[in-house]
Write a protein that binds this ligand. Structure first.
Ligand code: ADP
Length: 385
């Protein structure tokens, strides 16, 4: 049985005076132990979804089921969930120990000793035993976040809800905490919904990710499904860093044509765009390559800026007046102002219907790669040759 089921969830704020859609007709099913990341730009409905699961907002329509039971009418504290907030929300006058035990004292009938034991055990697991007698003001951001996570873990809830829990940490600590939270979640095997606007967190932490935009689910799939087989242009542009480059073009006979492109299509790609006049060609920076000679699948560009990252270089290139990004090996360099030919290998391009934004062709991927983190009821299966 599913552990958490978001069923046709719609939330409209101020429905009578000034209706604003928070989230619209959202459907997501999670099995026990799943780690779902809700990701999307600011205002796409992530917090609304999380807060509705928690019971902090009421659903306008649709259901939230936890362990099969509709919990719409239950108060937050009656739902078997624990939430971790971005700002930690620790009580400043309480020690870490008191903060961690407080929720348990309120919601359970465990004895003082049992609570104390559980807090010690979780603090040990989180490496914060030495901090238990400190107040939040004496703790660093990372330590406060560990206490906040520990407070959620001691409750042993059915579902964890985490709302941008790493946003206040510096980049290095954030990267460290990503793996720490992922490991903890795997060990505890508690169903988790994690909200972030950061696609890197989504890619690295989720077994499933739900990409939202303007209150609507764009794709539900494993991170690699969303990366390799985006269902539409929005997902293709949102997942992957640096973002996919898009070229709007007209289909003329078997070629995609615009001011910078004259790109012949063959086989499955040509079949996929049949009947579509306005097409968008998508190419990821890491799939484009600088070549010595101009050919059928190349475009010309002028290097604007080179960003060296050590293992790779990002070559920001002007192609017909718009800046595009190409990722090359760290030892391949280009000079500012240099004219270069860039090849978009035909077996790496993505094609979209310009009008609807839907993906009509994604490159073939090794099924095992995607299946490794795949799940039932995932993204709509895109066909490729
Ligand atoms: P996210 O968490 O992805 O940034 P939210 O769920 O906070 O997005 O917001 C989704 C939409 O709902 C936005 O348009 C936002 O302005 C609106 N919204 C959120 N909370 C309220 C509220 N309390 N009253 C009115 N509109 C709201």
């Amino acid at each position: 049985m599913e552990d958490l089921h978001i069923e046709n969830l719609t939330k409209i704020y101020d429905p009578h005076s000034n209706p604003v859609i928070g989230v619209e007709d959202l459907n997501i099913e999670l099995d026990e132990g799943n780690f779902l990341v809700l990701v999307g730009p600011s205002g796409c409905g992530k917090s609304t979804t999380l807060r509705t699961i928690a019971g902090l907002e009421s659903a306008t329509s649709g259901n939230i089921r936890i362990n099969g039971e509709v919990v719409n009418d239950q108060k937050p504290k009656e739902r078997d969930i624990a939430m971790v907030f971005q700002n930690y929300a620790l009580y400043p006058h309480m020690t870490a120990r008191q903060n961690m035990g407080f929720g348990l004292k309120m919601i359970s009938d465990l004895s003082k000793e049992e609570i104390a034991d559980r807090v010690e055990e979780v603090a040990g697991m989180m490496g914060i035993k030495d901090l238990l007698d400190d107040k939040p003001s004496a703790l660093s951001g990372g330590q406060q976040q560990r206490v906040a996570l520990g407070r959620a873990i001691v409750r042993e809830p059915q579902v964890f809800l985490l709302d941008e829990p790493l946003s206040n940490l510096d980049a290095k600590l954030r990267a460290h905490m990503r793996t720490e939270i992922k490991e903890l979640q795997q060990n505890l095997d508690i169903t988790t919904v994690y909200v972030t606007h950061d696609q890197t967190e989504a890619m690295t932490m989720g077994d499933k990710i739900a990409v939202l935009n303007e209150g609507k689910l764009q794709q539900l799939g494993s991170p690699l499904e969303c990366y390799h087989q985006p269902t539409n242009r929005f997902v293709a542009g949102f997942i992957g860093e640096p973002s996919m480059n898009f070229f709007e073009a007209e289909l003329k006979d078997d070629r995609l044509v615009n001011e910078s492109l004259d790109y012949p299509l063959s086989d499955a790609r040509l079949d996929a765009v049949e009947g579509i006049d306005d097409v968008v060609l998508g190419i990821r920076p890491e799939d484009a390559e600088i070549v010595a000679t101009v050919g059928d699948h190349t475009v010309n560009g002028t290097v604007n800026v080179v960003e060296p990252l050590g293992s790779v270089n990002y070559i920001h290139t002007d192609i017909a007046g718009r800046e595009r990004t190409i990722e090359v090996d760290g030892n391949q360099y280009a000079d500012e102002g240099q004219q270069i030919a860039i090849r978009f290998p035909e077996d790496q391009i993505h094609l979209f219907d310009q009008e609807s934004g839907d993906a009509v062709y994604n490159p073939e991927v090794n099924d095992e790669t995607v299946a490794r983190t795949s799940f039932e009821g995932g993204a709509s299966g895109m066909t490729s040759d």
